[in-house]
Design a protein around this ligand. Structure first.
Ligand code: AMP
Ligand code: MG
Length: 506
């Protein structure tokens, strides 16, 4: 492990040196020794760049050229082979419920927080995933394979571009180092970025062990830095629980609206900031199927697409339970603080569907109209992204056959009946076709990270060519733009995609 020399002047983006030490603030370390173990990342042999997200780099005040400049040592730092001055690497401890069962102590088993960088958007923690063994690695090897690293990298940035709260991914690096999973694979390291990686499981950990001072400290930390509006509440813990419930509800509505299936909604994979976190066996719906299970290891379908909103609510109950000792022990008050989840989710979901249908005003029947379309999509297993995008071309003219949408359905008469209601609803608010289409195209993405798109990029990367990762990233960073040259990325999945399975193995 080398720490870079400090004899270079402080830098701004574009200059040829490490970021100045004073840009690293590392507030998480203030929580105290009970929260983490300080250790250096394990070195990664012969690292090379996989890809860099230009938008994430820009948000940190960097750019890809600067990172690629050898003088910055970014390749070594972001692979775990060096540290920039001011970094203070640590692995944090947490616990959690996995698949509905208390799982006991977990923690950053292969992630390492390098430090927190001050940016114009506030403090951003920089975390390596796949950086080697930690005291919390349990049976794992501390590594992440190239395949899952590429999926996390692409999806983090794709979700951000979709406007969905998420941890970000600055870049990933790859190494020839072998990693054993079902077969031998190679190691990679993704650099994740978020204001905080604190999970529901952090609260559960200290609560379960009866560590009242730490639980109090964590509560104060999260409120002070991320929910200052809760500080003056009579019971800050209750105010926080309600605020987290609301944020989580809005996040879940966004997932459902875009057809995102997380795959492993354990409480240790739930962000206290309401961010999408820990991309594993996730998937975007191709054919619309509420029962879709994207995680091959989820035999019971606990985390099936349609169950996600209620699973999030279950997870919030686990958080409420954990907050009991710092919330005055009032079970009813905790329950009351969770309650807004239901209306917040329902309202956000209804509004998201209204936006997807291009409805500019709110009417009581809007949910029924949207649900009936979803039912038709589900019965005919219509491709969700393609159908919703095509709906922007819907014409309210009385002689329009709307075949560009209609032809996606097997039950054409069912669609016609729905279309007649939709037309009347649009006409009743004086909707103008072209203007509505433009609005709808800003909420119904043309491009999402379908499993087969990631798979194609992964196979080429495994053969040493990262070009497809770069091309795919570029498309996904503009999900709402037509990008006619990228039409194949918006097409139905090919037949070979049906065999693809994603599991917890990563
Ligand atoms: P996940 O469900 O993938 O978020 O992981 C659950 C827990 O297992 C977390 O505490 C991870 O840090 C840990 N973990 C997963 N894979 C590995 C690995 N290869 N080595 C060490 N820890 C791991
Ligand atoms: Mg996890």
């Amino acid at each position: 492990m080398t720490t870079l020399a400090l004899d270079t002047p402080p830098i701004t983006s574009g200059s040829r040196a490490a970021p100045p030490a004073e840009r690293w603030t590392n507030r998480f370390a203030d929580l105290g020794a009970a929260f983490f173990t300080e250790l250096n990342p394990a070195s990664l042999p012969s690292p090379s760049w996989g890809a860099i997200s230009p938008t994430c780099a820009a948000d940190l005040g960097w750019d890809a050229d600067w990172l690629r400049d050898e003088a910055t040592q970014a390749l070594q730092v972001l692979s775990g082979n060096a540290l920039w001055p001011g970094m203070r690497p640590l692995a944090s401890v947490y616990s959690g419920h996995q698949f509905g069962q208390w799982a006991g102590q977990l923690g950053d088993g292969r992630a390492l927080l390098l430090g927190e960088l001050s940016t114009p958007h506030g403090g951003q923690e920089i975390q390596l995933k796949g950086a080697g063994l930690t005291p919390y690695s349990r049976m794992g090897d501390g590594r992440a394979v190239l395949r899952s690293t590429i999926r996390e990298f692409l999806c983090s940035e794709a979700m951000h571009a979709l406007g969905i709260p998420t941890t970000r991914a600055l870049c990933f690096t790859a190494s020839p180092q072998s990693v054993r999973r079902e077969t031998m694979e190679t190691a990679a390291v993704v650099t994740r970025v978020a204001p905080s990686f604190i999970r529901f499981g952090h609260f559960e950990h200290f609560s379960h062990h009866g560590h009242a001072a730490q639980l109090e400290g964590l509560l104060g930390f999260v409120i002070q830095h991320f929910y200052p509006e809760c500080a003056d509440a009579p019971q800050p813990a209750l105010a926080l629980l309600e605020a987290v419930s609301r944020r989580t509800a809005r996040l879940l509505a966004q997932w459902q609206a875009v057809g995102f299936c997380h795959g492993v909604m354990n409480t240790d994979n739930m962000s206290i900031l309401g961010l999408t976190i820990d991309y594993g066996p996730f998937g975007f719906l191709d054919a619309f199927d509420p029962q879709h299970i994207c995680n091959h290891s989820d035999h019971q379908g606990r985390y099936a697409f349609a169950r996600q909103p209620s699973v999030a609510f279950w997870n919030l109950h686990a958080l409420a339970q954990a907050l009991m000792p710092v919330a005055g022990g009032d079970v009813d008050a905790l329950r009351t603080a969770l309650e807004p989840y239901k209306t917040e989710f329902a309202d956000a979901m209804t509004q998201a569907l209204r936006d997807k249908l291009g409805l500019a005003t709110a009417r009581p029947d809007d949910s029924a109209l949207a649900d009936d379309l979803l039912r038709l999509l589900a019965t005919d297993r219509v491709d969700y992204t393609i159908a919703m995008r095509a709906l922007a071309g819907f014409s309210t003219a009385s002689d329009a056959d709307n075949s560009a949408v209609r032809d996606h359905f097997i039950d054409r008469l069912g669609f016609d009946a729905w279309a007649a209601r939709y037309r009347l609803r649009l006409q009743s608010e004086g909707s103008v076709d072209g203007e509505r289409a433009a609005r709808m195209n800003r909420v119904n993405p043309k491009f999402v990270l379908r499993t087969h798109l990631a798979e194609t990029a992964i196979r080429q990367a495994q053969a040493g060519d990262f070009g497809e990762v770069e091309r795919l990233l570029k498309v996904l960073l503009r999900p709402f733009d037509e990008q006619p040259e990228a039409a194949p990325y918006a097409a139905l999945p090919p037949d070979w995609a049906r065999q693809l399975e994603v599991s917890c193995s990563s």
